[in-house]
Design a protein around this ligand. Structure first.
Ligand code: ZN
Length: 64
């Protein structure tokens, strides 16, 4: 079996990966991929950022 990230032989300790590094790379890919899938959510993120911005401007003491 080969590492799905770099095709090096799999290490039993990090199966199915060859190393901790490749396991981390896969996790990062999985996380960023899960954020990228719903394309219409970009607007939601923007709206959320704006709403957060407004909340901070209108009520800065809330953060302290
Ligand atoms: Zn690898």
């Amino acid at each position: 079996m080969a590492c799905p990230i770099c095709d090096a032989p799999t290490d039993a300790k990090f199966r199915p990966f060859c190393s901790k590094r490749c396991a981390d790379v896969d996790l990062a890919k999985w996380l960023t991929g899960s954020y990228a899938i719903p394309s219409q959510d970009e607007d939601d993120v923007e709206n959320l950022a704006e709403a957060l911005d407004d909340a901070i401007k209108n009520d800065p003491d809330r953060l302290h």
